[in-house]
Design a protein around this ligand. Structure first.
Ligand SMILES: [Zn+2]
Ligand SMILES: [Zn+2]
Length: 281
């Protein structure tokens, strides 16, 4: 018999949080966080996301989606329980990846949606804290919390939890300040053919750092996939620079008001004035 969804949900939550704390601590103790340009602002934003996520996605989205599932499919509670994990898990994984690719791409192409996604891009340094840096309403647009509620209702939460966990691990490994991909490639040049395939299949730090950058070798309006980079390759939005990035964030990041960053469109603020250039003496 499958363990109840609530047990898997707790295990998933604890594992995800532990993974994040480990990677963030490594970044902290290696000096990456301290050397960041706006460490306090970054930390407050990430803390807000870290606390807000379970409350919003778990309580609000979960509650609405659970209610809808019971209304729309009243006789289908636990109806997917007998279906093979090996079929459902890949299906959920690919389906959520495609949905995420689509919403992420529109978030860069549509101005109003960009303002909801922009907060994830206004961090001036790459580190795992970016994972929890977002506008409050961004979580409502993500497929995972909605699918999670339907998976719980239909009895396939285990397949959902593993699919989400794979995405989460890739997400942490692509946002981290550590360029482990470049390190491994330099240490083992013989493995290049493997990397050629890997970097066209899944998102790596190289391609996601390029998505968070601007300037030469950057690719802020592309490389949209969270995990399955194949979608970027297939839909023509891929760029694989194979290098370190120099400029992270947005050129206007310092002029964005924190309240608009978190609460737009409920809170709207004009751009802050440009900083005065240092006086020559
Ligand atoms: Zn983006
Ligand atoms: Zn990102």
């Amino acid at each position: 018999m499958n363990p109840p969804a609530v047990d898997i949900e707790i295990t998933l939550g604890v594992t995800v949080l532990t993974t994040f704390v480990l990677i963030y601590s490594a970044e902290l103790f290696s000096g990456h966080i301290r050397r960041a340009q706006r460490p306090l602002r970054d930390a407050v934003f990430s803390l807000f996301g870290l606390i807000g996520q379970p409350m919003v996605s778990g309580v609000i989205v979960g509650g609405i989606a659970g209610h809808l599932a019971a209304q729309w499919f009243p006789s289908h509670s636990n109806s997917l329980q007998g279906i093979s994990f090996w079929l459902l898990c890949p299906l959920l994984f690919v389906g959520m990846e495609l949905a995420h690719y689509t919403i992420h791409r529109y978030a860069h192409e549509w101005r109003w949606l960009w303002k909801i996604h922009r907060t994830h891009h206004s961090g001036l340094d790459m580190n795992s804290g970016l994972l929890y840096r977002y506008n409050l309403f961004w979580i409502f647009l993500l497929p995972q919390p909605w699918v999670g509620a339907f998976a719980s209702y239909s009895g396939c939460y285990e397949s959902f939890a593993i699919a989400v966990f794979i995405t989460y691990i890739i997400n942490v490994l692509t946002h981290t300040a550590f360029r482990w991909d470049l390190y491994l490639r330099t240490k083992a040049p013989w493995s290049e053919p493997l990397w050629w395939v890997l970097e066209r299949t899944i998102t790596l730090p190289d391609t996601h750092h390029a998505h968070h950058s601007y300037g030469r070798n950057a690719h802020p309006n592309g490389n949209y996939a969270v995990s399955l980079f194949l979608f970027d390759v297939v839909f023509g939005t891929a760029k694989i620079p194979n290098t370190r990035q120099k400029l992270f964030g947005l050129p206007i990041a310092r002029r964005l008001h924190w309240a608009e960053e978190i609460f737009w469109p409920v809170v709207r603020k004009p751009l802050l004035p440009k900083a005065e250039p240092p006086q020559q003496s």
